[in-house]
Design a protein around this ligand. Structure first.
Ligand code: PLP
Length: 284
């Protein structure tokens, strides 16, 4: 695999980052995951915009313009011959000469790393036909989940807790209401209405979420942006998650309780279909 690190395209085993990198020592960095369908990028503009916002909220210098970033994405897709898969991008505050809580001097260059992940069959995922099972866990993350930081230990532990419980993923709960999934936004469906938590500092502003809500409204579905509880979700007609890597994925069980008929529902299936079709058309 050819990867990108700080201006160079290299074989993955030759790509290196300093042990003093603040991403490594302090999780002082942000990331984006952009999906690839038919060798083209899905929603690049949305990801680039959110990246710029994450960087600006943390006062990390934006290392290059979006056009240059797009060029690197395309180059990696081409060099690695990616038809379906993902591109991971990470930017950290860089590598000063020592460990210090204080931010390094202005001139410290941010570290920029990108690599591809080939996922043949991403759009035709068997999991989407069966749906996934989730458990609920308390949301103990920090208060700025709208910034896409590389601080992913708790979401990673959440996936392990799900696995230990025989489930696929976890929905996080704070003050009695679902915030989001470990690496995705959470939704329920009641009749013709799609319910998902409103945007705030409590959740990541999903790029897939924005697209799916737009498609839902265009398809004359009702959208309610509000918090919901696990109990309400268990009694809903359908449930699903969205993310760049799963698109729209039906949820068929929550904390052991079957949702609806215990199979992917028509709304989630339709939204998945529309999302993939429209994203393919708009891909660049
Ligand atoms: N919420 C969290 C916590 C995430 O980590 C992610 C994606 O990684 C999402 C939501 C979904 O965001 P997107 O649709 O932009 O992938």
């Amino acid at each position: 695999r050819t990867v990108y690190v700080n201006g160079e395209y290299l074989p993955e085993h030759e790509a290196k980052v300093s042990i003093f990198d603040r991403g490594f020592l302090m999780a002082d960095g942000v990331y984006e995951v952009t999906s690839v369908l038919g060798g083209k990028l899905i929603d690049f503009e949305g990801h680039a915009k959110r990246l710029a916002r994450s960087l600006s909220e943390l006062e990390i210098r934006k290392p290059m313009e979006d056009e240059a970033l797009l060029e690197i994405h395309r180059e990696l897709v081409a060099r690695n011959d990616i038809d379906e898969g993902m591109i991971y991008l990470q930017i950290t505050r860089g590598a000063p000469n020592d460990r210090d809580f204080v931010f390094p001097p202005e001139e410290t260059a941010p570290t920029v790393v990108l690599f591809t992940q080939s996922k043949p069959g991403l759009a035709d995922s068997p999991a989407a036909k069966e749906g996934i099972k989730v458990i609920s866990i308390p949301d103990i993350r920090w208060g700025r989940r709208d910034i896409k930081t590389v601080q992913l230990l708790y979401p990673s532990m959440g996936k392990m807790m799900a696995r230990a419980a025989g489930a696929d993923d976890a929905w996080m709960v704070e003050e009695g209401a679902v915030t989001e999934g470990t690496s995705n936004n959470a939704y329920i469906v009641k009749g013709n209405t799609i319910i998902t938590r409103q945007l705030s500092h409590e959740i990541l502003h999903g790029i897939t979420r924005a697209a799916v809500l737009r498609f839902a409204r265009e398809a004359q579905m009702q959208v309610e942006e509000r918090a919901f509880t696990i109990e309400e979700a268990q009694q809903a007609d359908e449930a699903f998650i969205t993310s760049a890597s799963t698109f729209v994925m039906p949820v068929v069980e929550i904390d052991g309780a079957q949702v609806g008929q215990g199979a992917p529902g028509p709304v989630a299936n339709r939204l998945r279909e529309i999302y993939i079709e429209e994203s393919r058309k708009a891909a660049i």
